[in-house]
Design a protein around this ligand. Structure first.
Ligand SMILES: [Fe+2]
Ligand SMILES: [Fe+2]
Length: 203
């Protein structure tokens, strides 16, 4: 395991930094990355809608996630425009091994509070890892336009990551949130370690 980078540990809390070779691979297949990225944004929007539908009685959650839906959909449109600019189409969605692995760790039955917590922490984690990957792209790609393009996403997803944690703390005992977050961080590191390093995907 490579050493934790300062920013990964401090800003995101992630246990395992992305392999530095990833950005070089991604640069070679940037068009695939864009397609994958477009679907990630789309899923972020639809996941927020699902959470709102499921927890419609939680006023603060509904109010705070509603603008995120708009924002994520805006992200999707930005990436789609970038694809079109390159003469590409959205194409087909791939199997998302990373997200599927995270979902398999979610508490399925048991107390409703634990289920809500896991839903919010899954979102927080995907935001955090995406933010880290966007940071890599913004710093590692050669093209200054693409550096700026990804910097914008990085900043936005950093805000989302904290929002999901704060929402969890609003409804659930802080200590429970923190303990479970630690378990999620450890689990996520094992997921990242188990996945092949591929330059055609965000995760
Ligand atoms: Fe986004
Ligand atoms: Fe986001």
């Amino acid at each position: 395991m490579s050493e934790l980078s300062e920013d990964t540990r401090n800003i995101l809390g992630l246990q395992l930094p992305t392999d530095p070779r990833w950005v070089n691979l991604a640069e070679k297949t940037l068009e695939d990355v864009l397609t994958d990225h477009a679907f990630c944004e789309q899923k972020a929007a639809t996941s927020c809608i699902s959470i709102i539908q499921k927890y419609s009685h939680l006023e603060k959650l509904v109010s705070e996630l509603s603008p995120i839906v708009t924002e994520e959909w805006g992200h999707f449109r930005l990436v789609l425009a970038e694809l079109h600019k390159r003469g590409l189409q959205l194409g087909k969605q791939r199997k998302d091994e990373y997200v599927n692995a995270l979902i398999s760790f979610q508490q399925k039955g048991g107390d409703p509070e634990g289920r809500l917590l896991d839903q919010l922490l899954t979102m927080a984690l995907i935001e955090a890892r995406s933010c880290e990957r966007f940071k890599r792209l913004s710093e590692g790609l050669e093209d200054p336009y693409m550096q700026k393009f990804y910097r914008r996403f990085m900043e936005s997803e950093a805000g989302h990551y904290t929002l999901f944690i704060e929402l969890a703390e609003n409804y659930i005992n802080r200590e429970r949130v923190r303990n479970r977050w630690k378990e999620w961080l450890d689990y996520e590191a094992t997921v990242i370690r188990s996945l092949d390093l591929r330059g055609d995907r965000i995760h």
